[in-house]
Ligand binder design. Sequence first.
Ligand code: CO
Length: 643
Amino acid sequence: MAGIATAVTHPLDPLTATEIEEAAAIIRRECAGMERLRFPLLMLEEPPKEEVYRFERGDPISRRARATLLNRADGTAYEAVVSLNERRITSWRSLKGAQPPILMEEFAAVDELVKNDERWRSALRRRGVTDFDMVQVDLWSVGDFPIEGIDPNRRLVRAASYLRHAPTDNGYAKPIENVVAIVDLNENRVLKILDGEVVPLPPESGNYDAASVGELRTDLKPLDIVQPEGPSFSIEGSLLSWQRWSMRVSMHPTDGLVLHQVAYDDGGERRSILYRAALSEMVVPYGDGTDAFHWRNAFDAGEYGMGRNMGSLTLGCDCLGEIRYLDTVVADDDGRPTLCRNVVCIHEEDYSILWKHLDLSTGSSEVRRSRRLVVSCIGTLGNYEYGFYWYFYQDGHMEFEIKLTGVIQTRALPPGTVDDYGTIVSTDLSGVHHQHIFNMRLDFDVDGTANSVVEVDTVALPPGEANPHLNAFGGRETLLETEQQAQRIIDPLKARYWKIINPGRLNRFGRPVAFKLLPEASSLMLASPDSRVARRARFAQRHLWVTPCHADEMHAAGDYPNQSTGEAGLSVWTAQDRDIVDTDVVVWHTFGVSHIVRPEDWPIMPVERVGFQLLPVGFFDRNPSLDVAPPQPACHTGADCAE
Ligand code: CO
């Protein structure tokens, strides 16, 4: 079942291996003069939405690839669009002042460069570390923190070091504190080693593998998930169908998991809900004010590439039951296709009850089991894992959840000291406070492209004629009319949510059909709006943004956050204050976790969850899941408690 599409049958199908090879060959031919040409990004150039909507099975498909290129020889970067039908570059632009994302090869290069640097070696010797091969070197994007004597226009990264006594050790147990390397990636050279105060290595191990933890639990009995007739969904190319739901699933090198054309079949009518939904950016700012740490923050999508860091999943480990996988093909740094097996996991879960009522006068009960469809994948970004899970339910609602796990960032403390910026998790080892702030780009097309967004607050009615007993309350709706007005924050005390409505299509009760975005409670970025990281992540200062749909507005912090100085993406586009009423709107939702580390997060962090829900609100005329069959005949009648 798992397989990789070799034939393109739909305009949104991801690039095949052959198409990646062809696109790279066309670019290499045109860029023959560039000796050290690299391919930080190479992917499908998504066709215009109108073209996709017009497409019918069997129509000719115009295929284009988009590439971000880096010429290491002079540090210049470019963006190219290639027509695969015409076999030529159709668009070319210089990315002056932008730094493409970090390449996979740069991780290995930094490790080698740093370990061979005599200044770094002597800094480590000062700390009693001499077995350099056992040091774990972590690459960090530099952001835009000025580094004395170094031109910020170079292609730079920082590197921090951790000691392992055995190759499989958890290095974060032993941070080699206050040694930071600055590396120029185009020149392949360590420019500087910052060597501060010597802090002894924390004494304890942080290993969590089965062999390290001692005796394991033995009291779990087997739990098998069996679907003897196979799963209830079908996969045809990138098209996934289950129950009334259908969608296209693909992997984007920056955004990770992308869903297109999420629709619900309502009595034979295929009703559109989302045209495209994906992570647009995320940032992990650390709250440690010290010299060796304050610069740490990661824009994991734009700087490192969420899709490029997705892992291969294993049945019985990452996923359990009757699983179907999607393989992906990504372009490597040379523009060559790489096959990644079992990246997207698709399966069904029994999810408790869907609805139930016991009629007390007759004793009869109606209950239905809830089955949900899960589409998921897991990325590893340095020390952290991010699992992305979309859930689809039979009552027409969907949910997006991110599971955060992995190993926390640590700092070694001088023996016996306390830490203002973290939680002590082991002897002389601190887990540093940080946030994970995500932004999802949700291109809603609720029953068509012309949508509006309404904010709904649940509030008490003022005392008076309409509220004589002081108990009345209701939903107060505010139409968000322009981009500036639509920069909103959550308000859990008003149970605030946002409705995406189609004013041109009314339900049976005369109200516009709608889906609502139900946010969870989460803080915004805690770093000051004047801080350097906040300037680069303005999206993290509002939970909601709404823009008119533009194909070149895809990433909340801009397309190239690596080494950006800020004010790109949402803050810039929405300064135009464009009209967002009854038009093709894109909703951008910011949410996240403010992670005051717990001792229980060490040495490996149990999954923490964060996300949001999308629920139909008058999209259907009544509960759309009445036709779900009872799981078995006995479910019709209530059991007698007296028996
Ligand atoms: Co965290």
